[in-house]
Design a protein around this ligand. Structure first.
Ligand code: MRU
Length: 355
């Protein structure tokens, strides 16, 4: 049976021998799926934000690891299993250089490397086939995980509530449903009326181009606002909760997410509005003690001075363009995972999720 979420485009799908990847840079105007078969194409797709969102880049990289094995075997038909394993590990290191902040990328690559180790007593083509199955498994698990995140998140919302979100943590950023957007799809299925406010999310407008697009496609009640309107709509009493995704949660509960998230969290606190973060366990990085140690990607100045081809700042202007910011844990009311809702102290309660 087709449900409302099935109206949302999938970010990536496996087809016979290649990865079909939605070029998200072109949305909402153009829907174009690229056919990827090479590791370098996956690296470039991640770096250039053709695929973006923490879980989706992890899934894409996992398929990239399969391509590493498959292409190597094709060009070296009499290769040994040990040589394939060495190649896979080297290409996984290369894929890890595509973007620095979202820990799901490294989580997925580590999982693929571990699977490679367990396939070491097979032959090269069995290893390659096994890596494809593992990548598909990561993708299907993500879908299931997000549905559970959505179920838990929905317990925090009631019909009639206004909920603000920032960036895109939806189906487009994951295998399906999204993390922060999952409860909106489930609410729709269950007839719960939520009014979503989507920040447009400067500088490259994931909120306007992606969140507004996918929620509208599914029939969710969504209103687009500029980032600098969030305080105004909160002051008007239109927002009863904020929910965002994240690229990495540190052990103390500090949260890295799209630039501007911190400002929204501060505004939420000032208006006594709960600020929720939704993510799978694969986004929680207990090896990173606090937000200070999370590497923050800085992107090209053009995104600010001439985003989408129109120059909007003087030539030669100095620009600072961090792609993410850190929201200190004091601002985070709860973290919603597939295993349930975690509240402070995060230092004490996050590790319990992994028991
Ligand atoms: O630069 P992007 O578009 O990859 O940033 C995406 C975000 O910040 C998302 O909120 C985050 O990855 C969570 S996606 C479920």
């Amino acid at each position: 049976m087709s449900t409302l979420i099935d109206k949302v485009l999938v970010s990536l799908r496996w087809n016979a021998d290649h990865l079909e990847l939605l070029d998200q840079r072109l949305l909402p105007e153009e829907i174009l799926y690229l056919n990827l078969t090479q590791v370098a194409e996956v690296w470039e797709a991640i770096r250039q934000l053709k695929v973006r969102g923490a879980p989706a880049i992890g899934i894409a990289a996992a398929y990239g690891v399969h391509f590493a094995a498959q292409r190597f075997i094709e060009s070296n038909p009499s290769t040994s299993i040990q040589d394939v394993i060495a190649e896979v590990k080297q290409q996984a290191e290369y894929l890890a250089t595509s973007r620095p902040t979202a820990v799901n990328l490294f989580w997925a690559l580590d999982r693929m490397k571990r699977r490679t180790e367990t396939l070491c007593s097979t032959n090269p083509s069995e290893l390659s086939a096994g890596l494809l199955v593992e990548a598909q498994q990561i993708q299907s698990e993500d879908e299931e995980t997000n549905r559970m995140i959505g179920e838990h998140a929905l317990t925090l919302f009631e019909s009639g509530m206004g909920v603000l979100t920032h960036c895109n943590a939806g189906g487009l950023a994951t295998a399906k449903y999204g993390t922060a957007l999952a409860p909106f799809y489930l609410a729709l299925e269950k007839g719960i009326d939520l009014k979503v406010f989507a920040d447009e999310t400067r500088p490259i407008l994931q909120g306007a181009r992606l969140t507004a697009f996918e929620l509208q496609q599914a029939g969710v009640d969504v209103t687009l606002i500029c980032d600098n309107m969030a305080g105004m709509v909160m002051a008007k009493g239109w927002i009863q909760a904020v929910i965002v995704g994240t690229d990495r949660v540190a052990a103390n509960g500090d949260v890295a997410n799209k630039i501007g998230t911190y400002s929204v969290a501060v505004l939420a606190k000032a208006h006594n509005i709960p600020f929720y973060v939704a993510c799978p366990l694969s986004t929680i990085d207990l090896n990173t003690p606090t937000g200070e140690q999370i590497p923050i990607e800085e992107r090209h100045a053009d995104e600010i001075t001439q985003g989408f081809g129109k120059r909007t700042a003087p030539q030669g202007i100095k620009v600072y363009n961090p792609a993410f910011d850190i929201t200190p844990h004091e601002y985070v009311t709860a973290i919603i995972t597939e295993k349930g809702i975690v509240r402070p102290s995060y230092l004490e309660n996050l590790p319990k999720l992994f028991n």
